[in-house]
Design a protein around this ligand. Structure first.
Ligand code: ADP
Ligand SMILES: Cc1ncc(COP(=O)(O)OP(=O)(O)O)c(N)n1
Length: 282
């Protein structure tokens, strides 16, 4: 694998509160040793309490951002997040053949319940799912893509991951964060279907978990030899960011996860920080 610093692109919406969207993606990429770049698909008016407005960028201007960027820089990996409209989903789809290591987070609805994708954009997102190298739907997004009820247990998670493969996806990480217990996701590709258990963190500060996970996978895919290795390491990073979310104390609603938990040595609250200080003092 190339030892140069990887250049990783996010094509996503903006979250002014800094916990989701391109802001979360760029923080994640920086925290994981990648040089982050962004093409913005939509502005949201949003805080930790919810979304009050969405303003989609015209599709031709998203094309201009991508044409200008890609004429100069070849990303080592790309994460695609909020697409807002069918027109934007189709426009971004035009670039997938030219991009490597593509991760699509088919963002539809924020945790607050606010819509981030037009209702008539589902077919365009389905088309995109078949072109990305990995898709990372949550329970509700998988159910919407498949036209089924959301999975309620691990068996159904595995089944829906395999149904998404059968529908054309190349690799699927079906996220189980919305199940009542645990934090088990399911990874599936043509060779295997693997449950990925995770420690459940008891915090209300979960804003941006999906964005953080998909951008971490992209950042790490550029630095790992396989998708499954990137997915496992990204999940470990996200669990740490959730474990340290409460010491950020941002906003009055669902606050962000702590993207820089391993990098800020002067914040004594964090367990990762403490571990690092212990290691440094021998
Ligand atoms: N409380 C939690 N503790 C640990 N991991 C969590 C928690 N909530 C979500 N996750 C993990 O965060 C990632 C995003 O999951 P999910 O919440 O299902 O997606 P989204 O943010 O897209 O709705 C998954 O890997 C999931 O297992
Ligand atoms: C601009 C923007 N993009 C995506 C999301 C959704 O973020 P996600 O990590 O899937 O989940 P929540 O933040 O809603 O918990 C967003 N809110 N804003």
């Amino acid at each position: 694998m190339n030892a140069a610093i990887p250049k990783v692109l996010t094509i996503a919406g903006s979250d002014p509160a800094g916990g989701a969207g391109i802001q979360a993606d760029l923080k994640t990429m920086g925290a994981l040793g990648a040089y982050g770049m962004s093409a913005v698909t939509a502005l949201t008016a949003q805080s930790t309490r919810g979304v009050t407005g969405v303003h989609a960028v015209p599709a031709d201007f998203v094309r201009l951002q991508l044409d200008t960027l890609l004429a100069d820089i070849a990303p080592d990996a790309t994460k695609i997040g909020m697409l807002a409209t069918a027109e934007l989903a189709d426009a971004v789809g035009e670039y997938l053949p030219a991009l490597r290591h593509t991760v699509l987070d088919p963002v539809m609805v924020a945790t607050s319940g606010d819509r981030l994708l037009d209702a008539d954009a589902m077919d365009a997102v389905r088309r995109l799912c078949a072109r990305a190298e990995l898709i990372t739907p949550n329970l509700l997004e998988a159910a919407a893509l498949l036209g089924r009820a959301p999975a309620a247990d691990l068996d159904e998670l595995c089944l829906q991951a395999e149904l998404l493969l059968a529908a054309g996806a190349r690799r699927v990480l079906l996220k189980g964060g919305h199940l009542d217990a645990g934090a088990t996701d399911v990874y599936a590709d043509a060779d295997c279907t693997v449950p990925l258990p995770g420690r459940r963190v008891h915090t209300r500060n979960t804003h941006g978990t999906g964005c953080t996970l998909s951008s971490a996978i992209a950042a790490l895919r550029a630095q790992r030899d396989s998708w499954i290795a990137a997915v496992r390491d990204a999940k470990t990073y996200l669990t740490g960011a959730l474990e340290h979310a409460d010491c950020l104390a941002v906003g009055g609603g669902h606050g962000p996860v702590h993207h820089y938990y391993a990098l800020w040595p002067n914040r004594p609250e964090g367990e990762g920080t403490k571990r690092r200080m212990d290691e440094e003092s021998g």
